[in-house]
Design a protein around this ligand. Structure first.
Ligand code: BG6
Length: 500
């Protein structure tokens, strides 16, 4: 559970000259600082290969805060806590120098030996760094030591196991914070509250009342400059293994007996264990892959995936996945969870639609009007909120129904932007709350699920790639996946809070 006290801590960022540090970590730390969540007893060491000075790092942090937030009160005081050390991740000497600086700052800022090691860099170095942190004594400290590790956590189950074994030599499971930034999103965290803090939903949250659940996470951007990584990953590993399955687990889990990290995580693990494995010939019945062709986004022509920088012109990598997941337990037997995610789609949106079963008999049926099903829509991003779709009486003499929508918008209700996912996750880590990070069991089970699908896809070239135009909602087969069950994807743009 989260401690309310502001902890003292030394935060070491490996990869401090990189994109993640600049776009997410520095602004998030600044927000926490402004909110008094960092206290005065903190120091940050940035490391990377480049031979920067402390001053260069400080300038970079200032720049990142200004660019991202647009203002920078007390920025000089904030950046005075930042230090830079050029570092070679494979070299013991480098770690010895780092330890000297860490020990000095520990003393100077009275940090009680508390250390957070944040690995914000290429995943191939995660294991090496963790091992050096132990052998070169950096994590031999009297305070807490925590390892924050970015995705991807491995490339498949085997490589994830190898990585896990490496980092476990230096850190206990409780000291490892595996980032899934979706778990830091305000509305993803809200799933649990909507379910477990309302008398209204939980009694209906099962196969007697829910007909299907749809989770869409669509992006407008293409692969950008990340093709080297993405070509070996694809949408299945990049989005489904982690973010999409995490949302499924939060939607499907049983109520935990209390809100402790262990209880919540073990309920999520039980969902992963109940996921029906999809393998061999069944993969094509349950999963659809897509790759974007050229098309138009906001009226501008955009290239096909195969024509992007560093992409193989005959690439078999999927940039879109749709799938039907079945959770074989008492609560969910027979209820499909449909997921879809992709790049270069029509709109940037993450939404969850819970579609309730039709009522047993429609008293208000007439030829031109059919009752719409009740929907609960959870808007994860860009809007944050929930909408409940109901039927009510149309005004006038006749007993005619009309759909109505009850909206709650998180952002407009609270009048401020909710904190960035990274800010929340850093705050959690500082306070020792690992609930919103992925436990090894979750990671292993989700790789196990995904590996069976990628194995089939990797062995069989998709001859129809590209199979969806940029700016659309994916290939036709994705629609057919639901049609054969008598459902359809609720159009995400129609469900926007603004359109309600
Ligand atoms: C990352 C993926 O984990 O999530 C990216 O690696 C993807 O490919 C991103 O673009 C999406 O995150 P968000 O928060 O923009 O939905």
């Amino acid at each position: 559970m989260k401690s309310k006290e502001t902890p003292s801590s030394l935060i070491m960022i490996f990869g401090a000259t990189g994109d993640l540090a600049k776009r997410k970590l520095f602004p998030s730390l600044y927000h926490l600082y402004r909110k008094g969540r960092l206290g005065n007893n903190f120091a940050v060491i940035g490391t990377a290969r480049r031979p920067w000075t402390h001053e260069e790092l400080k300038e970079n942090v200032k720049d990142s805060v200004l660019t991202s937030i647009g203002k920078s009160e007390n920025i000089d005081e904030f950046v005075s806590h930042f230090y830079y050390q050029a570092h070679d991740v494979k070299n013991t000497e480098s770690y010895i120098e780092l330890k000297k600086l860490a020990d000095k700052l520990d003393e100077q800022y009275s940090l009680n030996g508390n250390r957070i090691f944040y690995l914000a860099m290429a995943p191939e170095f995660f294991g090496t760094i963790a091992e050096h942190l132990k052998t070169d004594g950096l994590n031999d400290t009297k305070g807490f030591k925590r390892l924050v590790i970015e995705k991807p956590f491995g490339h498949d189950l085997e490589s994830a196991k190898t990585l896990n074994a490496q980092i476990r030599k230096a850190f206990n499971e409780e000291e490892i914070y595996r980032i899934d930034h979706y778990l830091g999103k305000a509305m993803v965290q809200n799933i649990e509250v909507i379910r477990f803090a309302n008398a209204l939903f939980e009694p209906l949250w099962n196969n007697r009342y829910i007909s299907n659940i749809q989770i869409t996470s669509s992006e407008v951007l293409g692969v950008e400059e990340r093709a080297r990584y993405y070509e070996t990953s694809g949408a299945l590993r990049d989005m489904v293994q982690n973010h999409m399955l995490q949302m499924v687990a939060l939607l499907a889990m049983e109520p935990p007996i209390k809100l402790s990290t262990d209880e919540i995580r073990s309920e999520k693990v039980r969902v992963f264990r109940a996921l029906r494995p999809i393998e061999g010939d069944h993969v094509k019945e349950y999963f659809v892959r897509g790759q974007y062709g050229s098309g138009q986004i906001d009226g501008k022509d955009v290239p096909a995936y195969r024509n992007e920088l560093n992409v193989d012109p005959a690439s078999n990598t999927e940039t879109f996945v749709a799938g039907k997941l079945m959770i074989d337990n008492f609560r969910w037997a027979g209820v499909p969870f449909y997921i879809r995610t992709g790049k270069r789609m029509e709109t940037k949106s993450t939404k969850i639609v819970i579609q309730f079963k039709d009522i047993p008999m429609n008293l208000y049926y007439n030829t031109d009007h059919q009752l719409a099903p009740n929907l609960l829509v959870i808007h994860i991003q860009p809007e944050e909120g929930i909408t409940l779709h109901l039927n009510a009486k149309k005004s006038g003499q006749h007993m005619e129904t009309t759909p109505v929508k009850l909206n709650f918008s998180n952002t407009s209700t609270h009048g401020i932007n909710t904190p960035e996912a990274y800010e929340k996750l850093l705050d959690d880590c500082l306070r020792g709350d690992a609930t919103n990070f992925a436990h090894w069991d979750e990671v292993a089970l989700s790789w196990n699920f995904v590996d069976k699908i990628s194995e089939v896809w990797e062995n069989k070239t998709q001859t129809e790639f590209p199979n969806y135009a940029s700016g659309t909602m994916g290939p036709k087969a994705s629609d057919q996946l639901l049609e054969k069950d008598g459902f359809f994807w609720w159009p995400v743009t129609d469900l926007d809070i603004d359109n309600c």
